[in-house]
Design a protein around this ligand. Structure first.
Ligand SMILES: NC(=O)c1ccc[n+]([C@@H]2O[C@H](COP(=O)([O-])OP(=O)(O)OC[C@H]3O[C@@H](n4cnc5c(N)ncnc54)[C@H](O)[C@@H]3O)[C@@H](O)[C@H]2O)c1
Length: 413
């Protein structure tokens, strides 16, 4: 029995799914292939990914391939109740409610896990964590799984290092067709979409502080520049900091950047990136948000401790009034701003990320002797996804002649 907000919402969810589907040609192609091949026939797939329209379509593609799907979200604020309703209406079991408490969210993860999955599709590592901690009897049933995001892979690698990870997990995030497009262009665009639609403020002429210059941070900073902002980057890695300098950005420690920022966006995967030290130095009216996986990058406890009043300053924004009257605004409780205050990445981007997911899930189903641990996505999956996307967008590329191939593979020329 599913646990969702309201099955009556299904029509609106269905409309959203049909919209994204028409911009996801790779997934549509895989849906047709999987329907014929049935690579997941007889397999139970547990999925915990931000539950919005693109994810729903991925679920349907896996279901078309014969999978029995058990679905939950990966963050209570990114779950869209109408999407959950549309999946249930289509016959899937879903356990997810927008705004669920931490306890309810855990109950939803458990409800998925109770179905003893053969394949786990995770985004941030919550299902993998749960099975290793609370459902160890189910471990032998798991053929393997796929992890969507940087933070989840960091958790998996830590488990593998301690020899704790008991099945193979494909590092989907680390495929080129994932991080080069999803983390950079997807996060770059959708973070600003989330901020703009939630705040309705101008970005041009403002100072934007981006914490972290990884794949996501590069995208967020690039788009901030495109919107006319002055951009400051904060980093802990010397090479990334140097890259930001060469890309034309100012690099400063957070406590110094704090003084001039109008918008602060954390996207590091680390915790306590903005703490009371920086908050004390921020300007009145500064907007804070996070795009990293967990809501630990902005220390909300510090915001609460510093403030004398908290209020809803605009829908999905909390105002924290300090003793001196200054107000700092936090979007979507510090959860991923593009998902908790927007619809996530554009469909065309998730078409590539989820094509990697679907092909990796098929790889796991077809290679039942993979060793436990974290696996790179095979190069041919990356190449295949890029090839299909170019084809779908009508982009032609050159190919090597035999002579060129020989030249590139020789040393004695
Ligand atoms: N919002 C989204 O839709 C979305 C999409 C993809 C990834 N993510 C998440 O975003 C986060 C970043 O992902 P990524 O792929 O850019 O990772 P990445 O590893 O490429 O980059 C992270 C960067 O943050 C820097 N960093 C770490 N701690 C820092 C600190 N305390 N201060 C300043 N910089 C610091 C690192 O040096 C690194 O350069 C992860 O949590 C990931 O799961 C979110």
């Amino acid at each position: 029995m599913s646990i969702i907000k309201d099955t009556a919402l299904h029509a609106s969810g269905e409309q959203k799914i049909q919209w994204v589907k028409s911009y996801m040609p790779l997934l549509s192609g895989l849906e047709t292939e999987f329907r014929k091949e049935l690579p997941f026939e007889g397999l139970r797939v547990a999925l915990s990914v931000h539950l919005e329209a693109k994810t729903a379509y991925l679920c349907r593609v896996l279901q078309a391939g014969g999978a029995e799907m058990y679905v939950t979200g990966s963050n209570p604020l990114s779950t869209q109740d109408d999407i959950a309703a549309a999946l249930v209406h289509g016959g899937m079991e879903v356990f997810a409610v927008h705004g669920a408490t931490a306890e309810e969210y855990h109950t939803h993860l458990k409800a998925v896990m109770e179905h003893c999955p053969n394949i786990i599709i995770d985004d941030g590592g919550d299902l993998v964590n749960l099975i290793h901690n609370e459902y160890r009897d189910f471990l032998p049933e798991v053929l393997g799984g796929c992890e969507e995001t940087t933070t989840g892979i960091i958790r998996l690698q830590a488990m593998a290092k301690d020899n704790a990870l008991q099945f193979p997990m494909m590092a989907v995030n680390n495929a080129k067709c994932k991080y080069l497009f999803d983390n950079r262009y997807g996060t770059g665009q959708s973070v600003w979409d989330g901020i703009n639609r939630t705040t309705n403020l101008i970005v041009a002429g403002k100072t934007v502080v981006v914490a972290g210059y990884g794949w996501c941070g590069k995208g967020v900073a690039m788009r901030a520049k495109g919107l006319g902002a002055k951009v400051i980057v904060t980093e802990v890695d010397a090479v990334k900091a140097m890259e930001a300098v060469m890309d034309g950005f100012t690099v400063l420690p957070m406590t110094e950047a704090a003084e001039s920022g109008d918008f602060f966006i954390t996207v590091t995967g680390c915790k306590d990136v903005i703490t009371e030290k920086a908050m004390r130095r921020m300007k009145d009216g500064a907007i804070l948000c996070n795009a990293g996986h967990f809501n630990v990058e902005i220390n909300i406890g510090d915001l609460e401790a510093l403030s004398v009043e908290q209020f809803e300053s605009r829908k999905n924004i909390t105002g924290y009034r300090m003793a001196d009257g200054k107000v700092l605004h936090l979007i979507a409780e510090g959860r991923l701003v593009n998902l908790a205050a927007g619809d996530g990445h554009p469909a065309e981007i998730m078409d590539m990320s989820f094509a990697v997911q679907a092909l990796c899930a098929r790889y796991v189903a077809q290679h039942r002797n993979l060793e436990k641990g974290v696996h790179f996505v095979p190069e041919e999956i990356d190449r295949e996804v890029a090839r299909r996307k170019l084809l779908a967008w009508g982009v032609k590329v050159d190919s090597l002649t035999k002579e060129q191939e020989a030249y590139l593979n020789s040393w004695n020329v």
